[in-house]
Write a protein that binds this ligand. Structure first.
Ligand code: GLN
Length: 501
């Protein structure tokens, strides 16, 4: 019996290369466990092992499930396998895997079969990782609870009467419930970090442009990034390092040169470099006014203080900082994102992809298709986005939002230039809420207050579990670094992970 609970990517890798277990045994153990849990949790929409219906072309030689396992085993037997070789993982239902359905949790794309694989999937296939299925999500990735999925809600594995967060709730649940060893999500305003926090796992939004968006179903193109879920920081790091890199198929992808420049940027005015930089005391910035805002639960605030104490005891300098415009992030996001949504979702018109409801003429076909294919939230956002982009309102709303977005970015840049390595905030204003608790869309939107700054500023952020509340529900703490500073983030979050024990 493999103890799935204690397994990490590195442990599984060691067991595979030492021949303690085979790839087939590892994948089968996860699939068996996942299938036994799925009726209760609804984390997976479909398993890719052939036990549920597959889309056209799924049996091509390089994508047949059995063949992937044999191939991964051969790589391991050959003695130079990648750390992810043979490791089972799940993908959010909005990441394309050739020959499989990718529906974005939506009726609109219920029967859409991907004609090609996302770049991140190609990279994971090259490494020999095994995708066991697609995970549940909010309709078109809009939501913070996975309640709006066309396939019904996913349950939080820690307390199934509560939501797992969203929109990547299926991926978060899958990792937290040991249904796979890691998973991918997409994060436009927090959809990896917020559910990771609610389910007690690690989740990451990488520097915008460091992971390719090619093959991710677009929501807000200036905000979207694919990010990993893992059981610990190291697992998230391994996945990030595998899936990141320049991609000619994504016009916003950062070249290796730019990433090198960003990661090598002297963070501090003093411009120290090399080992002096490594050995100096690291500084954690605390945006007091932002964290103490109204609407943040007292328990979350308390946990934040406990986390600060852990960092202080571990030798970090804690410094109060100002992010005077951060509280405006939510308002900016709910203008910029719907604007981009209205543009990105215009392609779903019943002519090119997916669902179609034919009317008596072309206009009626459009109307019936879009009304019937999308749930309430995507329709609300399309309307909102169309409004803020319309002549007469463009300057008043959209352009203004872009200006404030720039101010928020400048706030963060100023903080990092002053010598702060990471900014610390809670990941979410509350722990996981119960089903139906946030019927009013505005109260749902508040769940993203701490996560959206990273998307707006294109800065990397990681959430890591930081304890539990009185109901046993996990807290998450979020570390944000300057663009390209993933190394700094991984170093500091690993350190926190070690010290919190
Ligand atoms: N909860 C946010 C929203 O509804 C984030 C979505 C996301 O990151 N995909 O917009």
């Amino acid at each position: 019996m493999i103890d799935l609970k204690s397994l990490t990517i590195e442990k599984a890798h060691t067991m595979l290369v030492s021949k303690e277990i085979s790839v087939n045994e590892l994948v089968s153990a996860y699939l068996e466990h996942a299938k036994s849990k799925n009726p209760e949790l609804n984390a997976f929409i479909e398993f890719f092992d052939g036990s549920s219906s597959l889309g056209e072309g799924a049996r091509e030689w390089d994508e047949g499930f059995e063949k992937q396992i044999t191939h991964a085993q051969a790589l391991i037997d050959a003695g130079n396998a990648h750390l992810l070789c043979g490791i089972p993982y799940g993908i959010k239902d909005n990441i394309l895997y050739k020959g499989h359905i990718a529906s974005a949790g939506s009726h609109m794309l219920e029967n859409y079969t991907a004609a090609y694989s996302a770049t991140v999937i190609e990279k994971l296939n090259t490494a020999g990782a095994i995708c066991i299925g697609r995970t549940n999500m909010d309709d078109a990735a809009m939501g913070s609870s996975t309640e709006s999925s066309y396939y019904g809600p996913t349950k939080n594995p820690i307390d199934p009467t509560r939501v797992p967060g969203g929109s990547s709730g299926g991926s978060a649940t899958a990792v937290a419930a040991d249904m796979c060893l890691f998973a991918l999500g997409t994060d436009t305003g927090g959809s990896v970090r917020q559910p990771a926090s609610f389910c007690g796992v690690v989740g990451m939004y990488p520097t915008y442009g460091s992971t390719s968006r090619h093959g991710a179903i677009a929501m807000g193109s200036s905000l979207d990034q694919i990010g990993p879920f893992g059981k610990n920081v190291r697992d998230a790091q391994i996945v990030f390092e595998t899936i990141s890199g320049y991609d000619t198929m994504d016009a916003t992808s950062l070249t290796d040169e730019v990433r090198k420049q960003l990661s090598g940027n002297p963070l501090h005015a003093s411009g120290e470099g090399g080992s002096a930089q490594q050995n100096r005391v690291r500084t954690v910035g605390v945006p007091r006014a932002f964290v103490e805002m109204e609407g943040i639960s007292p328990e979350v605030k308390k946990n934040f203080e406990v986390s600060l104490e852990i960092l202080k005891n571990a030798g970090y300098e804690i410094r109060d900082i100002e992010l005077p415009n951060a509280h405006l992030g939510l308002a900016v996001y709910y203008i910029v994102m719907p604007a981009e949504v209205s543009s990105n979702l215009s392609r779903y018109d019943g002519m090119k992809y997916g669902f179609r409801d034919t009317g008596k003429d072309l206009l009626e076909t459009y109307l019936k298709t879009r009304r019937g294919g999308f749930g309430v939230e995507p329709r609300r956002r399309i309307l909102l986005g169309t409004y803020v982009l319309s002549a007469g309102y463009y300057d008043a709303y959209y352009n203004k939002a872009l200006k404030v977005r720039e101010l928020i970015k400048k706030d963060f840049e100023k903080v990092f230039e002053s010598g702060v390595d990471v900014v610390l905030t809670p990941t979410t204003p509350t722990t996981a809420f119960t089903f139906g608790a946030k019927k009013d869309p505005l109260s749902m939107y508040l769940a993203d207050i701490f996560t959206i700054s990273a998307n707006l500023t294109h800065m990397p952020a990681i959430t890591i579990p930081s304890g539990s509340d009185t109901n046993g529900l996990p807290f998450g703490i979020q570390f944000t670094a300057n663009q390209g500073q993933e190394e700094t983030l991984f170093t500091i979050t690993s350190d926190f992970e070690k010290n919190k024990k």
